[in-house]
Design a protein around this ligand. Structure first.
Ligand SMILES: [Fe+2]
Length: 190
């Protein structure tokens, strides 16, 4: 199964070399984290390989199979559509309906409140795989080996800080998720 998923993704992203390298970087990193944290490697592998599957589809194609409430919810932040579209593709292409795998793909951009460890691993690996060159990437990976929640908070902070440098105000949902993980981590240390 994993081999045919790899083949399908490679074919889909064949004109986007850097993206394909990123996807395989996420896959390798996510597998390592899954081993360290004793998670289902197969689920992690599938989610990692498919998370950016719909990245270069037109917005029209991305939303064509999405529920109307999802389309409406992210109308101001259409970057989220590719994540939901990838889950639809996975369901249709490989008949995979495991909610944990699907959620890991759906919420890989911002995360979500109450993520499972598999979801956290995909969120984290997306931002710290070896092809990511920003300063915090290594630090986030090191943190993720020890504590997934703290690594999630760092990923979210880095992404919100990045938006700030671009003069973009983060979406309300994105901020709520970040604050939720800040609270989770404070709860652990208090
Ligand atoms: Fe990605």
């Amino acid at each position: 199964m994993i081999e045919s998923i790899k083949k399908k993704v490679t074919e889909k992203l064949k004109d986007h070399h850097k993206r394909l390298e990123h996807v395989f970087g996420v896959y390798e990193t996510a597998i390592k984290l899954a081993q360290v944290h004793h998670l289902d490697e197969n689920k992690v592998a599938v989610a990692a390989l498919y998370h950016d599957y719909a990245k270069y589809d037109s917005i029209e194609n991305q939303i064509s199979h999405l529920d109307l409430d999802v389309i409406k919810a992210y109308i101001e932040t259409p970057v989220i559509y590719h994540a939901f579209a990838a889950t639809k593709a996975l369901e249709m292409d490989f008949d995979i309906h495991d909610e944990e795998v699907l959620n890991a793909i759906r919420y890989h951009v911002w995360g979500r409140i109450g993520m499972s460890d598999i979801e956290k691993v995909i969120l984290i690996s997306d931002s710290c795989e070896p092809n990511r060159k920003f300063d915090d990437a290594t630090q986030i990976y090191e943190l993720a080996l020890k504590d997934l929640d703290q690594a999630c908070e760092s990923v979210m902070k880095a992404s919100i800080d990045y938006l700030e440098t671009k003069g973009i105000v983060p979406a309300k949902e994105q901020m709520e998720i970040y604050i939720y993980y800040m609270e989770v981590n404070r709860g652990k240390t208090e």
